[in-house]
Design a protein around this ligand. Structure first.
Ligand code: EPZ
Length: 423
């Protein structure tokens, strides 16, 4: 397995291009299953999760061609051969559950393996299933699979009322409702930009959708969907991650393609911590306003609140802030696994349940650390940028799931970072 070695070496300077959003692409790709016509995605990120979704769609008989070095995904589901998503693929990536809604809507039946949990939590899919039941589907959970069956005439429009705003369940409900007979209303829908991106793509395919980006989405079912070409929205989590690089070790970096409206709550938190964010014609320019970063409190919430996917990275920044910060993780039950690794680097962090208290220290010290999940892995790299000496991050395969060319991007703004084979 590879390792990444980061050596703290002072301020950064330059530009980092931000790729298309992993979490938008992972819901846009299954949308191809809704139509016989071709769906082409541009600005697609080159990530292992995208390759996993490609394998899953191909296992169903879809055609997926990665063109232009993987930045264009040309897909067609004209001749599907299966509506069964096998465990051996689904277990690698939870987002695989997003093929269930489209398959059920277009073919009236589907068998999809339950995804199982992951490092950050149990990750149930009960809300996805509740949405399909509201559209008349019968769901039978057995032998580790969801066996789903639509009514004889196909899914029917219904009222889907989520107890809280689940991103994936909203995406699955939205896709299924596009072909249901009648009107579906999704209440307490998630409002993430990736859902707005999905709705815009589905509308290009002929879907009738109103309200995306608000907590109530109304979908008028249609008989069939056509093809489309759609550009994947900028990845706000990659954006926020790289904005923290100059925040953590000084200097000034422009994140190309960044927009404040993708990360308003995060930018407000950065401002309170003493980090300046300036909109430029090409993106967002980020720098520390003065000396040391100030402690701030963070609570993760569904969009438009502070994103849970930036909590680990923010903790890395706050480890060297002046003062004490309290981070509350309200979305996932086990998302502080980066804390023990940061403590190995000299951070002072107390974790109790969903709350982490971080007492800022002057300097972190490089150390061998281990990545435990996607966002934890990149928080360790960020911490290494500001630490004295070398930080050696192991199990970087986690990183490859969500960050393309992280070494190249950070090297380009002056970081001392390299990827090596495990020593
Ligand atoms: C999406 O996961 C993202 N993944 C996650 O990003 C992100 O952290 C999360 O949304 C929250 O923003 C993709 O888009 C592929 P949820 P998802 O349904 O859809 C519970 C990353 O690092 N829940 O909003 O799984 C669940 O256990 C990943 O890129 C149920 O209880 O998130 C969690 O505690 C990590 N029942 C909470 O809701 C359900 O049926 C939020 O989950 C579904 C979810």
């Amino acid at each position: 397995m590879d390792q990444i070695i980061v050596t703290g070496n002072g301020p950064l300077s330059g530009q980092i291009p931000i790729a298309g959003a992993k979490n938008a692409c992972l819901t846009l790709m299954p949308a191809t299953l809704l139509s016989e016509e071709p769906l082409t995605l541009t600005n697609a990120p080159r990530l292992s999760d995208i390759r996993t979704m490609t394998t899953l769609l191909q296992s169903l008989g879809a055609e997926v061609q990665a063109l232009q070095d993987g930045q264009v995904l040309a897909m067609s589901s004209h001749d599907l051969t299966s509506t069964r998503a096998d465990y051996d693929i689904v277990r690698k990536m939870r987002a695989s559950i997003l093929v269930l809604g489209p398959l059920l809507a277009r073919f009236g039946h589907a068998e999809v393996s339950l995804p199982g949990g992951c490092a950050i939590g149990a990750r149930p899919v009960d809300l996805h299933l509740k949405a399909f039941e509201a559209m008349g589907a019968e769901l039978d959970l057995r032998d580790g699979y969801v066996h789903a069956k639509a009514p004889a005439g196909g899914l029917r429009g219904g009222i889907v009322d989520f107890p809280f705003a689940s991103v994936g369940a909203t995406e699955n409900a939205l896709m299924a409702a596009t072909l249901a007979k009648g009107t579906t209303v999704v209440k307490n829908a998630a409002r993430e930009p990736e859902i707005v991106d999905l709705a815009e793509c589905l509308r290009k395919m002929g879907a009738q959708i109103d309200g995306e980006g608000t907590s109530e989405i109304t979908i008028q079912g249609v008989d069939r969907l056509g093809g489309a070409t759609h550009r994947v929205v900028t990845d706000r989590i990659e954006l926020g991650t790289y904005m923290l690089a100059p925040a953590i070790c000084g200097g000034e970096v422009e994140c190309l393609g960044g927009k404040i409206d993708l990360l308003a709550a995060f930018c407000e938190t950065l401002d309170a911590a003493g980090i300046s964010v300036e909109e430029t014609p090409n993106g967002l320019k980020v720098a520390r306003k003065n000396g040391r970063v100030s402690a701030v409190n963070v609570t993760t919430e569904p969009f438009p609140g502070f994103p849970t996917d930036l909590q680990a990275q923010m903790m890395a920044l706050l480890c060297t802030a002046e003062g004490t910060s309290v981070l509350e993780e309200r979305i996932f039950e086990n998302r502080f696994m980066h804390a023990p690794e940061l403590i190995r680097m000299g951070a002072s962090i107390d974790v109790h349940g969903g709350t982490a208290t971080v007492r800022g220290v002057e300097h972190l010290k490089g150390a061998p650390v281990m990545a435990t999940d996607l966002r934890a892995s990149v928080s360790l790299i960020l911490a290494g940028l500001a630490a004295e000496g070398d930080t050696i991050v192991s199990r970087v395969y986690h990183l490859d799931r969500g960050y393309e060319h992280v070494v190249r991007k950070l090297e380009s703004v002056g970081a001392r970072i390299e990827r090596v084979k495990e020593q």
